[in-house]
Design a protein around this ligand. Structure first.
Ligand code: PPS
Length: 338
């Protein structure tokens, strides 16, 4: 609530929790290894979801093995710090290779050794409006992040990048721009969501997926689809009508070949409904003094388009304008067929 003792501090203009800033030297000197896979997200963009998908792939669909630890402990969170507990860096150092790690850091704050070692990066982006809504509710319930204030107040804070881990625009843009130079699989929450909702409907039957342009968020999906950057010889090029498409891409990126039955199982086990009831995922063991889930559950709604229940028409237009401005000049090939 409003009594929360939680001030963010800035590193190069990016607000972060104070404990992270206090540990900044250790974070920046983190030694990545060439076989590390780093899960990268802006907060509330599907981190937990992709973590469970990645773990299910890693464990060949063995649900019991995925129950071995709380999800927040399975993949060390690089910048995490809460003394006297071991930091994210220390947890990663104690982990055997090949390691799967995670971060919310924007590209310019990433420990340089990740670039130097040409690590694999798995990035998940989510529509800015839904992301804002999710973050707002998260800050209401999370007692170690600042109180969000009213929705109107939060809107300003968020668009000004004054939330923990900074600007959504800078984050997505930064990771998108390094895409061609590093091993990055760039995914979208909305695409993975299509997966768990079952088979796609086709508009033309001509092998095209239904346009996934999100109404009211004009620039979002245009041109940002990974498909347009693939080469015809790339097995992912055809973008088949396949509900397991995104999960298969992740497996392929991880160098894993899984049977169709295993992929089907992963689709089922990583649905919002399943994950919401999974005590190793839903943060039910986190004390109320850190997350008060009576205010808003960690596994809140898991839908696309909840922003329509929060944004005024004016706010939506303002954000569309801002989106155009902020994302202008980004070297994205616009996908005109959408
Ligand atoms: S965090 O705290 O930054 O790690 O949060 P993160 O996991 O990135 O994002 C939380 C939002 O992702 C939703 N979520 C899911 N959606 C669909 N399917 C599955 N399986 C799933 N798992 C998590 C979660 O509900 C949060 O979104 P909102 O909109 O708040 O419900």
């Amino acid at each position: 609530g409003p009594g929360k003792q939680t001030q963010l501090r800035e590193v190069e203009g990016v607000p972060l929790q104070a404990a992270i800033v206090d540990n900044w030297g250790q974070i920046q000197s983190f030694e990545a290894k060439p076989d590390d896979l780093l899960i990268c997200t802006y907060p509330k963009s599907g981190t937990t979801w992709i973590q469970e998908i990645v773990d299910m792939i890693e464990q060949n669909g063995d649900v019991e093995k995925c129950q071995r630890a709380l999800i927040q402990h399975r993949h060390p969170f690089i910048e995490w710090a809460r003394p006297p507990q071991p930091s994210g860096v220390e947890k990663a150092q104690a982990m055997p290779s090949p390691r799967i790690l995670r971060t919310h850091l924007p590209t310019r704050l990433l420990p340089p050794s990740f670039w130097e070692n040409n690590c694999k990066f798995l990035y998940v982006a989510r529509n800015v409006k839904d992301c804002m809504v999710s973050y707002y509710h998260f800050q209401r319930m999370n007692q170690v992040l600042p109180d969000p204030g009213t929705w109107e107040e939060y809107f300003e804070t968020f668009i000004n990048g004054k939330v923990a881990w900074g600007s959504w625009f800078e984050h997505v843009k930064g990771w998108w721009e390094v895409k061609g130079r590093y091993q990055i699989l760039f995914l979208f929450y909305e695409d993975i969501k299509k997966v768990s909702e079952g088979p796609f409907t086709t508009s033309s039957g001509g092998g095209q997926r239904t346009p996934r342009l999100i109404e009211g968020c004009i620039s979002w999906r245009q041109g940002m689809s990974p498909r347009i950057h693939s080469h015809p010889s790339d097995p992912l090029h055809s973008y088949p009508q396949d509900p397991k498409c995104e999960i298969r891409k992740v497996a392929q990126f991880m160098g894993k070949h899984l049977d169709e039955t295993v992929l089907d199982k992963i689709v089922q086990e990583t649905s919002f409904e399943k994950m919401k009831d999974n005590p190793m995922i839903n943060r039910s063991t986190v004390p109320k003094s850190i997350m008060d889930q009576s205010i808003s559950p960690f596994m809140r709604k898991g839908t696309v388009g909840d922003w329509k229940n929060h944004f005024t028409v004016a706010q939506s237009h303002r954000l569309d304008e801002l989106y155009r401005k902020k994302m202008e000049g980004v070297s994205i090939d616009f996908c005109l067929e959408l």
